[in-house]
Write a protein that binds this ligand. Structure first.
Ligand code: ADP
Ligand code: MG
Length: 280
């Protein structure tokens, strides 16, 4: 069984891109499932009222289920809404329900409205009996209070980029938003990881865009690229990640590789930091 190094502290990612349909949810679900398969303990927080991540993970999220809405609006402890995924013992999900659609408005009048997810998540991490290695927050495509809550709760941003013509243009908007968050709400927030997705190897354009993104973000872009693959898009209709749906296909293999990179790059950073500390 292949495993990956575990981070010293819980790594909290928000998976963000202000564009819809770029592979945020698909990336959240499949990176989380990959890390769970590779031995890590992983929580997915579904912060999109559409609930696509909950569906894709096969987690119950009908209207009466306690959900992330109750955490944000009614101060439920996060632990009370988290469900284990049917797929992996170490994969968990805080589901979204239809009520979350109203939360964007309801949050406006709440105390500490930008910090509600952060507070709940800090308590959850502190009080969990077993350490969670990773948390991934799946965001809606808009920059409303739900997404701002994710930016404030997270330490790292994972940006999925679809290799197409306007990819970089949309990105500068996102980076501006992140700078605003860093300045006013969460200074340590870092864009640590960029993943090229839905890559069509047959087109020159896809290769050009990939080269462009790499030139701008050499340290952040993962070597692994996620190809466009039917198995990836059909997996959610089976309530499964592609890791279980088609374990030996290109989709599963590339997501497992990307997850391994995410884990090993951090282990390497931690090693360098330790050595530097020892030298001083
Ligand atoms: P977002 O969360 O950013 O809106 P999704 O993850 O829902 O984006 O992806 C948008 C659509 O593209 C979905 O129908 C999804 O199944 C499909 N999709 C995502 N990644 C891939 C891929 N690598 N290959 C094929 N289809 C994909
Ligand atoms: Mg989505």
């Amino acid at each position: 069984e292949i495993t990956v190094p575990k981070p010293v502290n819980t790594r909290i990612f928000t998976v963000s891109n202000q564009k819809g349909g770029v592979g945020k949810t698909t990336t959240t679900v499949n990176i989380a499932a990959s890390l769970a398969k590779l031995g890590a303990r992983v929580l997915v927080i579904d912060l999109d009222p559409q609930g696509n991540a909950s569906t894709a993970l096969g987690v119950d999220h009908h209207a009466d289920i306690p959900s992330i809405y109750d955490v944000l609006i009614d101060d439920f402890p996060l632990a009370d809404v988290v469900q284990q995924s049917p797929e992996f013992d170490t994969l968990f999900c805080a589901p979204s329900t239809i009520h979350l659609a109203g939360a964007e408005i309801e949050l406006v009048s709440q105390v500490a409205r930008e910090h509600r997810l952060r507070t709940a998540l800090e308590q959850f991490v502190r009080e969990s009996e077993e350490t969670f290695h990773y948390v991934f927050i799946d965001c809606p495509p808009s920059l409303g209070l739900l997404t701002i809550n994710a930016f404030v709760a997270a330490r790292e941003v994972l940006i999925p980029i679809q290799a197409e013509y306007y990819a970089l243009e949309g990105l500068s908007q996102l980076l501006n938003s992140i700078r605003m968050i860093q300045k006013h709400l969460n200074p340590p927030l870092t864009v640590s990881t960029i993943l090229l997705t839905m890559f069509d190897t047959r087109t020159n354009l896809a290769h050009q865009v990939a080269d462009d993104v790499r030139a701008h973000f050499p340290a952040e872009v993962l070597k692994t690229i996620i190809p466009r693959a039917v198995r990836i898009s059909e997996a959610p209709s089976f309530g499964q990640s592609v890791i279980s749906h088609d374990p030996s296909g290109v989709g599963a293999i590339s997501y497992l590789e990307a997850a391994t990179e995410i884990a090993t790059r951090e282990a390497e950073r931690e090693r360098v930091a330790r050595e530097t500390a020892d030298e001083n």
